[in-house]
Design a binder for this molecule. Sequence first.
Ligand code: AMP
Length: 199
Amino acid sequence: MGTAAKENDKLNLVLFGPPGSGKGTQAAKLVDQYDLLHISTGDLFRYEMGNNTPLGLKAKEYMAKGDLVPDEVTIGMLKNKVVSNPGVKGYIFDGFPRTIPQAEALDTLLSEMGQAVSGLIALEVDDEEIVQRILNRGKSSGRPDDNDEEVIRKRISVYNAETSQVFDHYNKAGKSHKVPGVGSIEDIFEALCTLVDKL
Ligand code: AMP
């Protein structure tokens, strides 16, 4: 196998699905299993907000309403995180990309590094179950956007309207997959691993 082929052997996963579908939980397990770097743009924004950085303050106005943070802000932050961690076995992108420009920026960035998205996996959970799960999580997550049903419904409608286009973007390249996001954490994880092992 040549060097170029080895570069492409990196496992770059996009973990997809509506808010509250279990992406964070499953990403943490996948990180352990496949030794990947977990990059959650939501977590990065919350970190910036916690430190009251200009980026955090900017993100806050959008997050509080359940809107997407503008692409240029999000893409810039994501690029910084990727390029400052080049030596990893691969990345799990959680909550990114959420728009077509974000997907295109990710494809370009990875291709500049001789890499590509290996696959996108969408966790499927229906809208009403999502609302209940997030309200429940809100009791302990400390996230204001988890405690307001209107904001939760906004986040779901943003996902359905804009973000699902990202599924189609990778589907065109035969890279999109679906896994039911209901059932036990272990069963969902097993289904994910079966899929990832075939990528
Ligand atoms: P999450 O933790 O993934 O549910 O993200 C929480 C909030 O952060 C979202 O409702 C958005 O306001 C913002 N956010 C996270 N990731 C992105 C992204 N890729 N693009 C735009 N906004 C994002």
